[in-house]
Design a protein around this ligand. Structure first.
Ligand SMILES: CC/C=C/C=C/CC(=O)SCCNC(=O)CCNC(=O)[C@H](O)C(C)(C)COP(=O)(O)OP(=O)(O)OC[C@H]1O[C@@H](n2cnc3c(N)ncnc32)[C@H](O)[C@@H]1OP(=O)(O)O
Length: 289
């Protein structure tokens, strides 16, 4: 209920959290955790995640992200979105571990429903989505990038990308797996999912997790030039083709959303899984000290 109210509030431009501004002819609207600017090639928005320190996809961040996408989908002048990050060195650390640890089943269910919703909206978007991956992109961060039509990654060996869930002692849901298989093929996905591989940019390019690797200072210009190329294709034929390629994968989740929420909730609530997450969070802390 509270989230639905927040959603209504945010959808109103000019509300306290969601504001629309005119800056040098460019339009922008900003929530606390997502900034959207419509500069650059006509019909293109740049969406920047800004949920420091690591752009983890908290419930609030997911909600703001989904609402921003919804706004762009409803704006007929927007044909493409470049998805990137405002947090230095991090594209997104993926799902927020603190939303999946030490909470109650109702919270897990609510959280997962919002993860599904963002994924469905991104994966089935009619707009052209290009990701400018300017930092680390594990698990849910990789998922965001995989939803895009084209992925450009910064050539920095410190940045890695991949579905690393098995390293956390958790299992990537079937729709994460399906999208991985669609992108890199069954054999590579099978190996990478079991090992929880986090690929360097060069490896990610080789295996097909990303489409292009460029020097870090060229990620945005490259994403823009890729977008220009995709904008030259008539929308109706590109959209119908995208739908043809992605519909079966999206439908398999749509048909069993409730069951998938139940699965997630009972899996994540298990003592053994909570223990694994605890250990992983401790490891992240120790890495610092
Ligand atoms: C059925 C089950 C389905 C579930 C599917 C889940 C998919 C997921 O997305 S699970 C999340 C997986 N994510 C990760 O494994 C990433 C973990 N994080 C990292 O590897 C690193 O933090 C980093 C992203 C590479 C960034 O490194 P660095 O710049 O050195 O920052 P840190 O000091 O490590 O982190 C700062 C701060 O953020 C906290 N944090 C990191 N990641 C997450 C996260 N995903 N969720 C919540 N919080 C996270 C980290 O613990 C630090 O917190 P402090 O309180 O400052 O210690």
């Amino acid at each position: 209920m509270a989230l639905a109210a927040a959603r209504r509030l945010l959808l109103h431009a000019g509300s306290r959290l969601g504001r629309r501004e005119a800056v040098d002819g460019a339009r922008r609207f900003a929530n606390k955790r997502v900034l959207v600017e419509t500069e650059g090639p006509a019909g293109v928005a740049v969406m920047k995640l800004r949920n420091p320190p690591v752009n983890s996809l908290s419930l609030e961040c997911l909600t703001e992200f989904t609402i921003s996408l919804e706004k762009l989908e409803n704006d007929k002048s927007i044909r493409g979105v470049i998805l990137t990050s405002e947090c230095p060195g991090i594209f997104s650390a993926g799902l927020d571990l603190l939303e999946m640890y030490g909470r109650n089943p109702a919270h897990y269910a609510e959280y997962w429903k919002n993860v599904q919703e963002l994924w469905l909206r991104l994966y089935t978007s009619n707009m052209i989505l290009v990701s400018a991956i300017n930092g680390a992109s594990p698990a849910g961060g990789c998922l965001l990038a995989l939803c895009c039509d084209y992925r450009v990654m910064a050539d920095n060996p410190k940045y890695t990308i991949g579905l690393n869930e098995s390293l956390l002692g958790i299992v990537a849901p079937f729709w994460f797996k399906d999208m991985y298989v669609n992108t890199i093929g069954h054999r590579e996905a099978e190996r990478a999912l079991q090992l929880g591989t986090l690929f360097s940019p060069a490896e990610a390019l080789k295996v097909g997790v990303v489409d292009e690797v460029v020097p870090e200072d060229q990620v945005h210009s490259k994403a823009r030039s890729v977008m220009t190329k995709w904008l030259a294709i008539p929308d109706h034929s590109r959209q119908l083709t995208k739908n043809m390629m992605r519909k079966a994968t999206a439908d398999s989740l749509i048909k069993q959303r409730e069951a998938d929420i139940q699965n997630f909730t009972s899996f994540i609530s298990k003592d053994s899984i909570q223990k694994s997450l605890h250990m992983y969070l401790e490891k992240l802390k120790q890495k610092k000290g």
